[in-house]
Design a protein around this ligand. Structure first.
Ligand SMILES: [Zn+2]
Length: 216
C-alpha cells in the first residue's frame, strides 16, 4: 500500500472530495497548507502573522515560510503512518525541498496523484455553485439545482454566489495554477511518480481509480 502521497490538480478538479474519501478509506492524514496556515494564525505565532500579511496582500506565501511549516508538521510519526499533501508543494523549489527532506528521513514520496480536468469544465463547475448563507446547503445551477430558482429547498432563503466563485476569480486562479504549479506535473512525471486521474469523469470514478493506485 502507498502511504506517502501528494495530490496535484487545478482548483475545481474534484481533488478535495477525492482526498476526503481516501482519508477515510485508507486512514491517511489529509494535510493542506490552508489548514497549516489557519493553525498558525489561530495560535498567533510569528509565522502566522507573516502568512496573514501575505494572504491579505494576495501574495504567494514565500517558499521559506511554507518549508518551515513542512518541517514542523511532517513529524517522524506522520512520515511512518502516511499522509496526503494537498496544496503543497506548490512550486518547483518546494517540491525539491520536500524530496530532499523525505530522502533524509528515508521516507520518500511513493506516488503523486494528478487530477486533470479541462478548464471549461472547471469554470462551469465553480461558477455554477450557489450556497444558502442561512443553513449552509450547497447547490449547483445545473448539476444540483434547487426546486425553485434562487431559493433554498430547506429554509427558503435566497441563494448566493460566493465572491471566489465568479468567472474572473476562477480564471485568475487557473492562470496562477498554470504558471506556478502545473510544471510540477512534469517534475513528478520525470521522477516516475505521477499517476493521472481523469477529474472530468466525476469524483466517484476518480476516487475508485485513486483507491486502486493506493492499494497496489
Ligand atoms: Zn437554506
Amino acid at each position: 500500500m502507498k502511504r506517502r502521497i501528494v495530490l496535484l490538480g487545478p482548483p475545481g478538479s474534484g481533488k478535495g472530495t477525492v482526498a476526503q474519501r481516501l482519508e477515510k478509506e485508507f486512514h491517511l492524514d489529509h494535510l493542506s497548507t490552508g489548514q497549516w496556515f489557519r493553525k498558525e494564525i489561530a495560535a498567533g505565532t510569528e509565522l502566522g502573522k507573516q502568512v496573514t500579511a501575505d494572504v491579505e496582500r494576495g501574495d504567494l506565501v514565500p517558499d521559506e515560510v511554507v518549508l518551515g511549516l513542512m518541517e514542523r508538521w511532517l513529524s517522524p510519526q506522520l512520515l511512518e503512518r502516511g499522509f496526503m499533501l494537498d496544496g503543497f508543494p506548490r512550486t518547483r523549489a518546494q517540491a525539491e525541498a520536500l524530496d530532499k527532506f523525505c530522502a533524509e528521513k528515508k521516507a520518500p514520496l511513493e506516488v503523486v496523484l494528478y487530477m486533470s480536468c479541462p478548464e471549461d469544465l472547471i469554470i462551469e463547475r465553480i461558477t455554477g455553485r450557489r450556497v444558502c448563507l442561512s443553513c449552509g446547503k450547497n447547490y449547483h445551477v445545473r448539476a444540483l439545482p434547487p426546486h425553485s430558482p434562487g431559493r433554498c429547498d430547506l429554509c427558503g432563503s435566497a441563494l448566493v454566489q460566493r465572491p471566489d466563485d465568479t468567472v474572473e476569480v476562477v480564471k485568475n486562479r487557473l492562470e496562477f495554477y498554470r504558471k506556478i504549479t502545473e510544471p510540477l506535473v512534469d517534475y513528478y512525471r520525470n521522477a516516475g511518480k505521477l499517476v493521472s486521474l481523469n477529474g472530468a469523469l466525476g469524483s466517484e470514478a476518480a476516487f475508485k481509480a485513486a483507491a486502486q493506485v493506493l492499494a497496489s
